[in-house]
Design a protein around this ligand. Structure first.
Ligand SMILES: [Ca+2]
Ligand SMILES: [Ca+2]
Ligand SMILES: [Ca+2]
Ligand SMILES: [Zn+2]
Length: 696
């Protein structure tokens, strides 16, 4: 609640809860003004305390709780505001509605349906003028003249601007223009605090039904001398030129002229202006009331699809087939600024939506696109931050936009890359370096632990990132820039991020990860060793030196998972020792004597766990190793001694011991030949070591 006056008034025991509703007050005022309730189209009320004087002195002022009521009705002009007693419904006072203030009119536009926009009231009539914004907006009618002094106001009596009232003589195109200009002003002001063409609240003056001869009537233009907008009502090719995209295009020329001082005095500069104006047309139509944003003039052409189709530049049904490659035959062989303008407008199309192909000078390109939101912000800031001022050549514009992108987003940013890539696509730039993305994170993933992996590089806000992996990785959760994963099994694995922007996808190179403990050990090289397949052991070859027998064996974990190797002598191999030493994954075996054996275990490990495998060595005719089958076994097991067969033939005896995991001997048999069968059905389930002892 507010006081209508600033001076202090003593109020005694006033109840500030009104008895009447605002609707009651409206009805009371309508009754007072003889306005039928059902003809009311607009109504505003405000509850406040106001003094009312009775007599001549201030002391007789009485504060009252009142509704201040404004009513607009069809067909009846109401020039008064009423003050209605909020308790009794009595009309206490009326004051004239001020002229020179803006009212909200309802427009039946030609191309954009029913819209509301601000008008002004004077002499009992509303006109297409608004001064509620910092820049006044005024739309007048030239009645097919080019003489601005002939311009007439466009009126309506009740601010309900119907088609039947205004479509005769195409006056209703003024409704489209007046509405569109207010929307355009508000777009720039609300989003960027830019006021009018040059951000200096310059008057926005538009004239409809401009021009008398057919060519003028079929045209709309920005007048750079007087800085005003002119819209023909159409003649041969066009209907009244007042669609939102057409108004936005001409407004764009106003920006190029007044804000950026871009000339329109030769074909390159005119083509650049036309390209920029189509870019503004797309941006503004998209922001305000999108229909076919990439088709310019689609609502005003009498036949065909549109004036220019920036999504399909060679659209045969458009008035112009655009050249979209700078320096190409289609560009060089025309003097039309509209055809050449396609280089810039299609650059913008690719910048927004992405696209790939081969341009007219044979360069193949692939642009991902940055989306409309980023693109419109980039264009607006570049121009209003004056990166383009006074430029007039295609290459200067390319450099200026590229430079602006570098300043705003950084040299290695996605947007800078796409700005340059789109310029490359239209023949204005060399191909930029590709974007750099990679994944970083732990090289080893255990089943029990979670690790975070990061997608590095400029992932744009309009991207969606899809993380995928080999089956031995579980992706627990992910965002556009990271994924939390755990192991699911073992072995080598990969993690991949697929970035999708505007429906265009690309994959970041796979990131290789080891999962789980080491699982497979391979011998990767040997020195002076000969592998014996039958006994699965290595014969150390005889040579010279301090030790007659010297060998070396190198192992490796198949998936590269091991971070440590540990070597140890295996039970039983102490019987006939061979010297050995180990370093990481390499073991050295050496002895002076023939007929020696050694069994070593190699344990490869990492943070997730370990894996062990045995390696056996012998010298001379030794190889006292045995084959054991089946393994595992349940009832009987066959043992066959391999090697030392001469000794067996010489009546040597062997003793076979089965030892359980507590190192207790559970079974002991004598072996007189090199092969025997052992009954193991009495043994408990478990792992047994088999120890073969020479009879000596
Ligand atoms: Ca009307
Ligand atoms: Ca000018
Ligand atoms: Ca359009
Ligand atoms: Zn133009």
């Amino acid at each position: 609640m507010v006081y209508a006056h600033g001076n202090f008034v003593a109020i005694d025991d006033m109840d500030i809860a009104p008895i009447l509703t605002s609707i009651d007050a409206r009805n009371a005022f309508a009754d007072y003004k003889n306005i039928p309730i059902d003809s009311i189209v607009n109504f505003q009320s405000e509850l406040l305390i106001r003094e009312f004087s009775y007599g001549n002195s201030d002391s007789s002022s009485i504060p009252k709780l009142v509704y201040k009521v404004t009513i607009d009705a069809e067909c009846i002009v109401n020039n008064e505001i009423g003050y209605i007693d909020a308790n009794s419904g009595k009309v206490l006072a009326t004051i004239p509605r001020m002229t020179g203030i803006s009212y909200v009119g309802t427009f039946s536009t030609r191309y954009s349906g029913t819209q509301t926009a601000k008008t002004m009231l004077g002499s009992g009539k509303y006109r297409l003028e608004d001064d509620s914004r910092a820049a006044p907006i005024h739309t007048k009618n030239l009645n097919n003249s080019t003489n601005i002094t002939n311009a007439a106001e466009i009126y309506d009596y009740n601010n309900i601007w119907t088609s039947s009232e205004h479509s005769p003589n195409n006056i209703d195109m003024g409704l489209d223009v007046h509405w569109a200009l207010q929307e355009i002003y508000d777009y720039f002001y609300d989003n960027y605090e830019i006021s009018s063409f040059n951000d200096n609240s310059f008057d926005i003056n538009a004239f409809i039904r401009w021009g008398n001869d057919p060519d003028d009537r079929d045209n709309a233009k920005w007048d750079p001398t007087y800085n005003r907008l002119l819209f023909g009502e159409g003649y041969t090719y066009l209907n009244p030129i007042a669609s939102l995209d057409a108004v936005a295009h001409e407004y764009g020329h106003g920006i190029s002229d007044m804000q950026a001082d871009i000339p329109y005095d030769d074909v390159p500069s005119a083509a650049i202006q036309e390209g920029l104006s189509d870019i503004w047309s797309v941006i503004l139509e998209n922001a305000i009331e999108p229909v076919n944003i990439w088709q310019i003039g689609d609502q005003v052409v009498k036949s065909g699809s549109c004036m220019r189709n920036n999504a399909n530049p060679t659209d045969a049904l458009a008035k112009y087939q655009l050249s979209v490659t700078y320096g190409s035959p289609s560009f060089n062989n025309t003097t039309s600024q509209y055809i050449k303008s396609g280089v810039f407008s299609y650059w913008f199309y690719l910048l927004v939506n992405g696209g790939s192909g081969t341009n007219e000078i044979g360069d193949s390109y692939s642009v991902y696109g940055i989306g409309m939101d980023e693109a419109e912000e980039f264009i607006t800031n570049s121009i209003y931050d004056e990166y383009l001022d006074n430029l007039s050549s295609f290459s200067d514009f390319k450099s200026a936009f590229s430079n602006a992108a570098m300043v705003y987003y950084g040299d290695s940013s996605f947007i800078k890359n796409q700005v340059d890539m789109a310029f490359y696509a239209v023949g204005l730039s060399t191909e930029p370096n590709p974007l750099n993305y990679d994944i970083t994170g732990a090289n080893l993933l255990c089943t029990s632990s979670n690790e975070t992996y990061t997608l590095n590089g400029d992932v744009p806000s309009n991207a969606t990132v899809n993380w995928t992996s080999s089956s031995n990785i579980n992706i627990i959760s992910s965002s556009n820039t990271s994924a939390i994963c755990s192991g699911n099994g073992y072995g080598s694995s990969w993690l991949r991020a697929t970035v999708t922007i505007n429906g265009n996808s690309f994959s970041v190179t796979n990131y290789d990860i080891g999962v789980g403990p080491p699982s497979i050990l391979d011998v990767t090289s040997t020195n002076n060793l000969s592998y014996d397949y039958i006994s699965d052991s290595y014969k150390i070859l005889a040579g010279s030196g301090d030790y007659k027998y010297e060998g070396k064996l190198v192992v490796d974990e198949y998936y590269g998972l091991a971070t440590n190797y540990h070597w140890a002598k295996v039970l039983g191999s102490t019987l006939i020792p061979i010297n050995w030493s180990a370093s990481y994954n390499t073991v050295y075996v050496y002895t002076k004597a023939a007929d020696r054996i050694l069994m070593l275990s190699c344990t490869a490990s990492n943070a997730c766990g370990s894996y062990t495998k045995n390696y056996s060595f012998f010298t001379g005719d030794a190889s006292p190793f045995f084959a054991l089958y089946p393994n595992p076994a349940s009832n009987t097991v066959e043992i066959e001694v391999i090697g030392l067969t001469n000794s067996v033939n010489n009546n040597n005896e062997y003793e076979v011991e089965l030892i359980d995991n507590t190192m207790q001997i559970r079974k002991k048999i004598k072996m007189k030949s090199n092969k025997t069968t052992i009954n193991i059905s009495g043994l408990k389930k478990g792992i047994y070591f088999v120890l073969l002892k020479s009879g000596h």
